[in-house]
Design a protein around this ligand. Sequence first.
Ligand code: FDA
Length: 398
Amino acid sequence: MTLTADVVVLGAGAAGLMCAATAGYQGQRVLLLDHTDKPGKKILMSGGGRCNFTNLNTTPANYLSANPHFCISALKRYTPQHFVELVERHGVDYVEKAPGQLFCSNSSKDILQVLLTEAEWAGIDLRMKTAIQQVTTTADGVCLHTSLGKVEAGALVIATGGLSIPTMGATGFGYDLARQFGLDVLPTRAGLVPFTLHPELKNSLAPLSGLSTEVAVSCRGKTFREPLLITHRGLSGPAMLQISSYWQPGDNLLINWLPTLDVVNQLKTLRQQQPRSTLAGWLQEHLPKRLASTLLTLLQEQGTSLPERLADLSNQQIENLAEQLHQWPIKPAGTEGYRTAEVTLGGVDTRNISSQNFAVQGLEQIRFIGEVLDVTGQLGGFNFQWAWASGFACGQGL
Ligand code: FDA
């Protein structure tokens, strides 16, 4: 049996569902195929189960890409406000947890339900548990060999996402198809991912597992001021996830443990006013106690000798200590990789793809959207906004 459709969308994730519904509303007969048993698995697990579904402050500067202008057009045509209107029309409650970051008040399920309802209203034929064996282009479209049989369509949209979290259905199939159609695939790596540490530092920090403190972390000219979380495997929390997308193996992270404090001025003043106070006591006032003592122990282990009382600190010691606390170098062993990464950096090179309708140059019937492309958002709802915006722009242009 041969199935026919105007458009086949591969991947019932965030971008694929949005694109399918948009194309369906344009009057296209859309077949949406996915190899897993349930659509939108990453939506369900996102934002700690509450889906950070957009960021009101989205700009192209929130995305990493070898072609930074590519995302501009779609982001302009489908803004966070458009998605907020959609969510409100469906009566979903949401909260702004951090500036600009919108989360469901109840559950990520609400966002998936919005998309599934839209897909149903738009008349989408959604088929799960469908394996795609082969894709070929024809004179007037595409032909797919699938576990459903042969499928013929006028256009194919590839929305198969990146490599993160293979247990949720992630595959490199979109990259294989891109190569088949002559596109470059830029090197991929895990992004928004916790760091692992070398055994010595890992063991020193292990007793602090679960502790969180606000830091500023820098690497390769980027700085993020957000909470850092110490885990039994290494370092996580928003600050670490954010910087992981910029970090390359071998790089040091520079951690400012006291981003709001001028350590030199404070210590010099206190040395005069409270000479009998201890250094440990002072640091414990500004950092979680156990972290403060661990940092002082680590400094001593590294050969920094520090007096107990503030009165005995020399100017040079104060300046050195300030530098150490404001720019504490940590060289991660690596990252936890795709197993836990929220996103995949790199991917299908956008330089031969239209930023208007996402068609491959010279192959109008083939389109790529969402995370499979080399466009990766920072933490905070930017990745879903890219999925919605690219899905919408592509769906409209079909
Ligand atoms: P997505 O991965 O959503 O969908 C791809 C679909 O293609 C899947 O359904 C998959 O089964 C299917 N597929 C793959 N290979 C296939 C094949 N060979 N054949 C058929 N189908 C195939 N972002 C954000 O903005 N806010 C947040 O709160 C979070 N939180 C978050 C938490 C966690 C734990 C993760 C892993 C990720 C996030 N993200 C996020 C990132 C966000 O989930 C991600 O960027 C989008 O889901 C990408 O949407 P896509 O539709 O491109 O891919």
